[in-house]
Design a protein around this ligand. Structure first.
Ligand code: C5P
Length: 284
């Protein structure tokens, strides 16, 4: 099953809770690229990693991986043992603002819900997912949506078309807590977000009046992102260039897949060492 990369088309911060977590409004879409998970029955829980970014997780204790925690959490709720072996193909850069780990956790919840015949609804699975991380409930839904509160308040959004997207990761990691710490108010005022978009033009017109509130602090921590974002904005056919989540992945949206592909070639020429990926954000 594909654990789809998550993209924050915009991310506004509207306040901060007493526990330090920030209140958000963020419109999210999911791409047709991501990690891949496969499961099979096993006497004991097991997690095997493969793929381009598996080595980056080699030093991590497997029991701490969000996939293992998600499997244990669901097994606990369902009062059964996590008798499952998971193979995780790690294709997305780690800590990239693409929700990779969250998508992996959500994916294992959806796979196990089916494999164990638990019949939890998506909303129930999203509730079970919430303690695992702010983005995991959204990734359980795996469709265009608006995230509010600290991420657990979800309103599905009907975006009726696919959106060509160029994803660029500079292959360095930005820590989410560090980026939030570098963020300084004033907070954004809460905005009305349409529940459906029926054309690319309507979506781009709406997004023009939004931003990613974490972009400024991320660029302070990693000034090279400023240059990259400017270059992404200047590419032929680029309609919006922005940071996703807390970075360091930046993205550009295009009207056509052709423009997107040509832009990818250009960026890869400029930055041979960067992770450059074209994709489609999936409409419903
Ligand atoms: O929930 P998650 O593990 O993704 O959050 C990582 C960190 O990001 C939190 O520890 C917190 O510092 C910050 N965060 C925040 N407000 C949010 C989500 C995350 O301050 N809504």
């Amino acid at each position: 099953m594909l654990a789809a990369a998550k993209l924050n088309l915009f991310l506004h911060i509207t306040g901060k809770r007493a526990d330090g977590y920030h209140l958000l409004q963020s419109l999210v879409m999911f791409a047709d690229v991501g990690d891949r998970l496969r499961i099979r029955s096993s006497p004991v829980f097991d997690l095997q990693l493969c793929g381009e970014y598996a080595a980056a997780l080699a030093s991590e204790d497997r029991a701490d991986n969000l996939v293992s925690r998600a499997a244990r959490t669901l097994a606990g709720v369902a009062n059964r043992s996590p008798d499952i072996a998971v193979e995780l193909e790690k294709n997305l850069p780690i800590g990239a603002g693409l929700g990779g780990g969250s998508a992996d956790a959500a994916c294992v919840l959806r796979l196990l819900n089916e494999h164990w015949g638990l019949h939890y609804t998506t909303a129930q699975l999203a509730d079970i997912a919430a303690p695992l991380g702010s983005d995991v409930p959204a990734c359980v839904h795996n469709t265009s949506l608006l995230m509010e509160s600290v991420g657990e308040q979800i309103t599905l959004c009907n975006i009726t078309f696919d959106v060509p997207v160029l994803l660029v990761n500079p292959r360095f990691h930005l820590s989410t807590p560090d980026v939030y710490r570098a963020y300084a108010p004033p907070f954004d005022t809460s905005i009305h977000v349409p529940k459906y978009f029926t054309s690319l033009t309507a979506l781009f017109d709406f997004l023009e009046h939004t931003h990613n509130a974490l972009q400024r602090p991320a660029c302070v921590l990693a000034p090279e992102l400023d240059t990259l974002l400017e270059q992404l904005g200047d590419l032929h056919g680029s309609r919006l260039a922005r940071l996703s989540g807390s970075g360091a992945t930046c993205f550009a949206l295009f009207d056509t897949a052709d423009d997107c592909k040509q832009a990818a070639d250009k960026i890869q020429d400029i930055y041979p060492a960067y992770w450059v990926q074209t994709a489609m954000l999936r409409g419903n």
